[in-house]
Design a protein around this ligand. Sequence first.
Ligand SMILES: [Cu+2]
Length: 213
Amino acid sequence: MKSSKAVAFGGVLLVSLVVAACAPKEETVVQPEETAAQVVAEPVPGPGVLTAVADLAAATGGTAQGRVTFIQSGDTVDIEAHVSGAPAGSLGFHLHETGDCSAADFTSAGGHFNPTHAAHASPTATEHHAGDFGNIEIGPDGNGTLQLSTTMLSVAEGPSSVVGRAAILHQKTDDLNTQPTGNAGARIACGVVALQPGSAPTGAPVTPPPAGQ
Ligand SMILES: [Cu+2]
């Protein structure tokens, strides 16, 4: 009994050693092929919402900051801005054409974004710059919010896209009349609009603004 058990154990041990010796060999052959297949795999396209964001930073010596969110649904873009640390009052707020806040006075952002070559006006006027957002009402606590919707802009890639442009808060009230700036004074906060990570990729369908706007 004793000797047959020892033989049987020896046999099991031998089989185990053979299996152990073979196993790593198979793994090293299979693993690189699996990794390569994962890298090549196409990302799954989803119905993601197109969202872009601009974080507003203050000009030198200023304290105004905030965040502007652009969300595209169909051919409408909903814009929501939250500002803090700003002087109380009604302050001009626009989308400017160049996403460059590098100059100390933010003049690097250029003029109002105006792809349809319209006159400057209120965002509720029949014709106005696509980047005319009117004024944000800033309370005594320095906070203010603005919500508006437009079909003149897109988050998707295209001639009216907000991505790569600059949101700018001004020191004074936009009179919604003076050409082409609204006489809103100095630029006190600026933020470049960037496509939000996880948002649908650029190249999504673009709906051009209706003619005449
Ligand atoms: Cu402006």
